[in-house]
Write a protein that binds this ligand. Structure first.
Ligand code: 5GP
Length: 178
């Protein structure tokens, strides 16, 4: 097992490039089957999902569209807590088959806060695809339709995911070493 250093922390090899590609191909095949004859709209959440979105999109053989958004949360706008706003969502979702693309679902809060905004626009369907999922960390009820890997509750970096802004360019995924 090889290790790398990102900033001040050491990370160990966790998911290889070929294992990642294999899971992306599997998810793409499932989507190709599930959406045959349809034109789904993928909404990829930046920054972390850019590599996954790109590689997944290349494996699709159905008609599909993609857009990229950023989420911004504001504290204290309402007494209910954080309000998540999407930046760059300039496509109408009405009557569309929407698939949200995430790099990782951890507590599930990001999606839990964001999905109602999509539902407000009345899509015909809504599914979630994530490369990584930490089931032990999930705190918000969420149905995830396409999962690349279910992983332990440890911090990971690489393949789009960062540690303090760095490590996104790594081709493999690394896990924080003990
Ligand atoms: P959630 O809202 O599900 O708790 O967290 C989702 C976001 O937290 C992800 O999109 C990602 O930006 C960040 N995140 C959660 N776990 C990790 C991790 O292990 N590594 C990195 N780099 N980011 C993570």
């Amino acid at each position: 097992m090889s290790t790398i250093k990102v900033h001040d922390k050491t990370f160990a090899t966790f998911l290889s490039e070929s294992a990642i590609n294999e899971q992306i191909k599997r998810i793409a095949q499932e989507i190709n089957t599930d959406y045959k004859g349809k034109t789904p709209l993928f909404i990829a959440i930046l920054n972390g999902s850019f590599m996954f979105a790109s590689d997944l999109f290349k494996e699709l053989d159905i008609e599909a569209q993609v857009c990229f958004i950023k989420l911004a949360s504001y504290q204290g706008v309402k007494s209910t807590g954080n309000v998540v706003t999407s930046i760059g969502l300039d496509v109408s979702l009405k009557d569309r088959d929407v698939i949200v693309i995430e790099d990782i679902v951890d507590t599930g809060k990001t999606l839990h806060d964001f999905l109602p905004q999509i539902m407000d626009q009345h899509p015909s369907s809504l599914k979630i695809a994530t490369l990584l999922h930490k089931p032990e960390a999930l705190k918000y009820p969420l149905t995830i339709d396409y999962v690349g890997f279910s992983i332990p509750n440890k911090f990971v970096v690489g393949y789009g995911l960062d540690y303090d802004g760095l490590g996104r360019n790594l081709r493999e995924i690394f896990q924080l070493a003990e």
